[in-house]
Ligand binder design. Sequence first.
Ligand code: PGA
Length: 249
Amino acid sequence: MRKPIIAGNWKMNKTAAECRTLITELIPKVKDAKCDVVVCVPFTDIALAAELAAGTNIKVGAQNIAWAESGAFTGEISAAMLREAGAEYVIIGHSERRQYFGETDATVNSRLVRAIEAGFKPIVCVGETLDEREGGKTESVCKTQVVGAFKGISADAAKGVVIAYEPVWAIGTGKTATDDQANETIGYIRSVVKELYGAAVSDAMRIQYGGSMNPKNVEGLMAKPEIDGGLIGGASLKSDDFSYIVNKA
Ligand code: PGA
């Protein structure tokens, strides 16, 4: 049995003061969770979030990681910086990074390699756009992204990576993939992982759904056998909504 994982992706929201309020509210509300609980916060909130969450069941993550160890990479953040700040997880290849900041399967792969080397728990995002879904390309797009992300990564390392399947058309739009669409595509992604690494890895790997997951649809999605949790954007910014999702998972 795979343990579900619910991760909040705060994106570019919450100052440190707001982070303090949200984490403080969350701690008692998620303390009995049966799933792994993660909050992926802005870089400037990581140290505070880690300090507040210490000794609780909330783990802290970042939203990006550089492939280089250090040096002339203006605007990037290194593994050592993230580790010292207290991050344990890191989101890699979110569709907003791909859409607005030029991330490609190759940069996603480089970041993933570095995150694994540095001992982080990566959450790698894949998913198709609306045009791609309507053009019947959902599977080929997801396959290309998964194969690209995991290039050169060993089976042993791959097992600990979480994949987030996030159809781009469902992110922040209020449109969720239906339970069956999400389950089917995640099942397909699992079959790609199986082709790459065999059944032991594909059976163990946790694959989340992301895209307008909220208190209203969490139960239906989590009831599906392939869906091992969620990457939650908008609904992770309110302690009531996020804790509701966590406690249903
Ligand atoms: P959303 O974002 O829940 O606001 O759709 C999910 C994500 O982008 O990770």
